[in-house]
Design a protein around this ligand. Structure first.
Ligand code: KIV
Length: 297
């Protein structure tokens, strides 16, 4: 358990217009510990676990049970950062009752302290029900990856006035429904600025320019652990995949050369035990001696 103060939904809400909110994804215990040690305010167990960790092509493939599994691994590390569980596709698109039940799984079984869901004004009934059930909710609008087929691909949203106005209205509807923050993904910087000005809850940007109240990136993108081309909005701060390959290559070459393990990496037994194991048993000596004597006569 970190000695930092626990980050809560009211604390995030209170950061509107203040210190920037730092959010990063994590999907398991080691990545959560690293994110928390680095000072994340919020650890998002994103449905991006689908592409980033589980090898799927999009986020539509993960279920609520997958999300509970990964969220639980993160929350067991007891970070000071808020643990935010992402609601996967179809876990909040049917009834309000099913939405609350699924969010409840992320909270009760996964240990999440808040949930995030994608979509604008049409999600208001679900958000109101979650808030009424005492579950803090983060909204997510703009480029919403769960809508990849409906959007016709992963495209920046709000470049045209009508869509931009819709997104402002969506953000206002989410704020009125009681979300404690809103992710703005893949929108022009000016639109993010307008939305941030229009709502009294913090906005957290990803591909939304610098004027949001906070920023979020995917853990594996920041650290260079991913594969393939990175989106324009990612800044990669390390090349851990290359470092890891180099380290493993060195390990394998030490194995080949017989220089691993060295003496310091090897267990030894007490000398006395070693001597008793190496010395031939007394009976064997006696037998040998008798055989020698018989030969001599
Ligand atoms: O799942 C995820 O990683 C996300 C972020 C991109 C905000 O939702």
């Amino acid at each position: 358990m970190s000695d930092r103060k626990k980050v809560t939904a009211p604390a995030v809400l209170a950061r509107k217009g203040g210190d920037k909110i730092k959010m990063v994804t994590a999907y398991d215990a080691p990545t959560a510990r690293i994110a928390d040690r680095a000072g994340a305010d919020i650890i998002l167990v994103g449905d991006s676990v689908a592409n980033v960790v589980l090898g799927y092509d999009d986020t539509l493939q993960v279920t609520i049970d997958d999300m509970v599994h990964h969220t639980a691994a993160v929350s067991r590390t007891r970070p000071a950062a808020m643990v935010l569980g992402d609601m996967p596709w179809l876990s909040y698109h049917g009834s309000v009752e099913a939405t609350v039940r699924n969010a409840g799984k992320l909270i009760r079984d996964g240990g999440a302290e808040a949930v995030k869901l994608e979509g604008g004004a049409k999600r208001v009934p679900m958000i109101e029900a979650l808030v009424a059930a005492e579950i803090p909710v983060m909204g997510h609008i703009g480029l919403t990856p769960q809508s990849v087929h409906a959007m016709g691909g992963y495209r920046v949203q709000g470049k045209h006035a009508d869509v931009a106005q819709h997104l402002v209205a969506d953000a206002k509807a989410l704020a009125a429904a009681g979300v404690f923050a809103i992710v703005l993904e893949g929108v022009p910087d000016l639109l993010a600025e307008i939305v941030s000005f229009a709502v009294d809850v913090p906005t957290i940007g990803i591909g939304a320019g610098p004027r949001c109240d906070g920023q979020v990136l995917v853990f594996h993108d920041v650290l260079g652990l991913g594969e393939g081309r990175l989106p324009k909005f990612v800044r990669q701060y390390a090349g851990l995949a290359d470092d890891a390959v180099a380290a493993l290559e060195q390990f394998f070459s030490d194995v080949e050369a017989g220089t691993f393990p060295a003496d310091a990496e090897t267990y030894h037994m007490p000398e006395e035990t070693a001597r008793s194991l190496m010395a031939p048993p007394a009976e064997e000596w006696a037998d040998d001696l008798r055989a020698d004597e018989a030969m001599e006569h």
